[in-house]
Design a protein around this ligand. Structure first.
Ligand code: SAH
Length: 350
């Protein structure tokens, strides 16, 4: 069975042509499932009976199931979704004042093993399929519809490394960005990577106007090696060469994410090294992230004084710096926490 939610439009056109259908059927199907929000093939009234029979026989419109739902006082919604094979993934909706952002998961588990991150507690089991990423947005949209809202921004910053699932993530991006798909503007879509060079170089040539965020978290190789094992394969020099290539080819600027960890990377010497590292590029944006503590490690969030000293130093160096707004403090908000908790409960490991 082919899940229609997993079909990028060009691929769907080719598939339909190979089945003896006309190319325009792809747009017609997109219109039904994304604009008219049809849930069955039978309601697609302008599609011939014989083609509807074929659709019913060989295609499905299947979505992940909501396993648990947490809603914060501030409106944040966090879901644990159950996939067809029983695996569970997290997805979260963050209600910013400029729109509703969804944080999409790209893999079941993650192999990047960043030492501060709860997602990596459970190793990668498999890549998500395209329809499982589209499904996260559709399920969240169906909940928001009750409040007359919809997803306006997508960040691929949930569990997993998107560039370790490159092809599926790019198909997902094309589907949500397509005017006949979910029509989410390219500038409202961000892929976040821990720094897989091959992915950055490929992404530079996709001809998309989407955004790229780099999880930096340390301003020198010694510290970054400790926090993020991926740095041993792709040290900062290589990473920055790839970023420069991306900027010149995609013509887009990148955002650096920098989690502030108490006593680890939050001193002024780190701020100075960070400013030196990105000095020639006043076009970069640095997003300072307050750390969400995770039970399984001993990292702590920086105190307000250190955060502000770090922030002020970067400002003084004319760097575009922001501090990430926090959501859902009263629910299991840290990346991977909800899924890890469920996993431990099921397996009695805690
Ligand atoms: N693998 C990709 C995307 C998933 S992680 C990446 O590395 O960018 C998304 C972001 O959340 C990354 O910047 C990651 O470092 C950050 N993150 C992970 N655990 C966190 C925690 N406990 N508190 C705050 N941010 C965290």
């Amino acid at each position: 069975m082919i899940n229609l939610y997993g079909q990028e439009i060009k691929k769907l056109e080719e598939l339909l042509i190979s089945r003896g259908q006309k190319k325009y059927r792809a747009t017609q199907l997109y219109d039904w499932i994304y604009s008219k929000e049809a849930k069955t093939f039978d309601e697609m009234s302008d599609i011939s009976k014989s083609f509807r029979e074929e659709l019913n026989r060989d295609f499905v419109l299947a979505l992940p199931k909501i396993f648990t739902k947490q809603e914060s006082k501030d409106g944040t919604i966090k879901l644990l979704l159950e996939l067809e094979d029983g695996n569970k993934i997290e997805t979260a909706m963050l209600p910013y004042n400029y729109g509703n952002a969804i944080c999409v998961t790209s893999q079941v588990g993650c192999n990047m093993a960043c030492s501060f991150c709860a997602s990596g507690l459970l190793k990668k089991i498999r890549n998500l399929k395209v329809e499982e990423m589209v499904g996260q947005v559709l399920v969240m949209n169906s909940l928001l519809k009750e409040k007359d809202k919809r997803i306006t921004h997508v960040v691929i910053m949930g569990t997993g490394e998107p560039f370790d699932n490159y092809d599926n993530v790019l198909d997902f991006v094309r589907i949500i960005n397509h005017p006949k798909g979910l029509a989410i503007g390219a500038r409202h879509i961000t892929i976040s990577t821990c720094g897989l060079i091959e992915g950055i170089l490929r992404y530079a040539n996709e001809g998309l106007q989407t955004n790229l965020a780099i999880s930096l978290h340390a301003p020198n190789d010694e510290l970054r090696n400790k926090l993020m094992p991926v740095n041993k394969a792709y040290p900062l020099k290589k990473l920055f060469d790839a970023i420069k290539y991306y900027e010149s080819h995609a013509n887009r600027r990148v955002t650096f994410e920098y989690i502030l960890l108490k006593g680890v990377n939050d001193n002024l010497e780190c701020a100075k090294q960070l400013a030196d590292l990105i000095d020639n590029a006043s076009t970069y944006i640095v997003n300072l992230i307050p750390y969400n503590p995770v039970n399984e490690n001993s990292y702590q969030r920086s105190d307000d004084k250190s955060v502000h000293a770090f922030f002020s130093y970067l400002k003084k160096r004319h760097i575009n710096v922001t501090i990430r707004k926090e959501f859902g403090n009263d629910i299991d908000a840290a990346c991977g926490q909800l899924r890890a908790k469920q996993y431990y409960e099921e397996n009695n490991k805690r």
